[in-house]
Write a protein of this length. Sequence first.
Length: 319
Amino acid sequence: MEKSFSCRLRGGQWWEVILGNYAIALTVQITSYILSIRLGSQSLEYMLYSYVQMFVLVIVSAIFSIWMMRSFLPSVSFSQKDFAFSGRIVDYIKINLAGLFFTVITLGIYGPWYLRRQRAYLAQKTSYDGHSFAFMGRGGTFLKYSFLFLFLPLVGYMVVFIMFFAGMTYASPDMGSFELGAVVFIGLVPLLVIASLFGYYSAKWMIDYQWRDLRLQLAANQNAAMNTIMLQLFLSFISLGIYLPAAMIKLYRFIIENVDVRKEGRRVRKLGFTGSVSEGFVLIWKQILLTVVTLGIYLPWALANYYRWFVGNITVTKI
């Protein structure tokens, strides 16, 4: 039997939260720009302000995240039962401030554990049918993925590309714009591979939850996932972003359809996505254009329409 999720979220339920966060973020950015001109972007005063700004934005983001979850999750239901969220702003601010502090002083090494604490807290405070979720990913695992599939490939890419570009420049000092463009285009291919590789392992780490005796994990084949990610990124790039909404929908569908729901090691549920690419493409571009022409005021309604469509098209089939 196939059942669908539903989402009742409306823009009027959270417009104060969305627009308040938007106004604060915009104010901080404008202030930063003005100070960079008056103080100089290399001055000590501006550097100190940048650190303060970073912590302020983290606090604002934490408040915004909790308020969003409080509005969004109770509007989502499955099998006529609503989800619930009990997270507290103070607790989440503490997690984010501590996480940012330790990430800065460890030069980023603590970052995976910071991210894990965020996801674990949000999962623990999310419940369905009276039972909370648990995030099963580990910080050490994400650190390994970041090092092996992002840091090392990027370092290797930079070394090879710089040597290749230097060799081309030496061999052809009068290289024209066409040749230069060809070199840059060729150089983008390895970046697509790196992005798809790290994207796959990041998603695999992030989609790992326990609810009661059910385990939800991404079980996609690596080659299939990388090919899908690379193709969608490439099409978005060559279309100058016009294709991006379609890419988002196809990637979302791929992920949903490759999430395993298992009980005691046996697959017991199959997820699906019924939204059409053409319908979603028009919907997303409509929300983007309305948000732009209203200078951001329409954003709460745009996000509500976006979430309703994506959540409402998820299906669950019992195996």
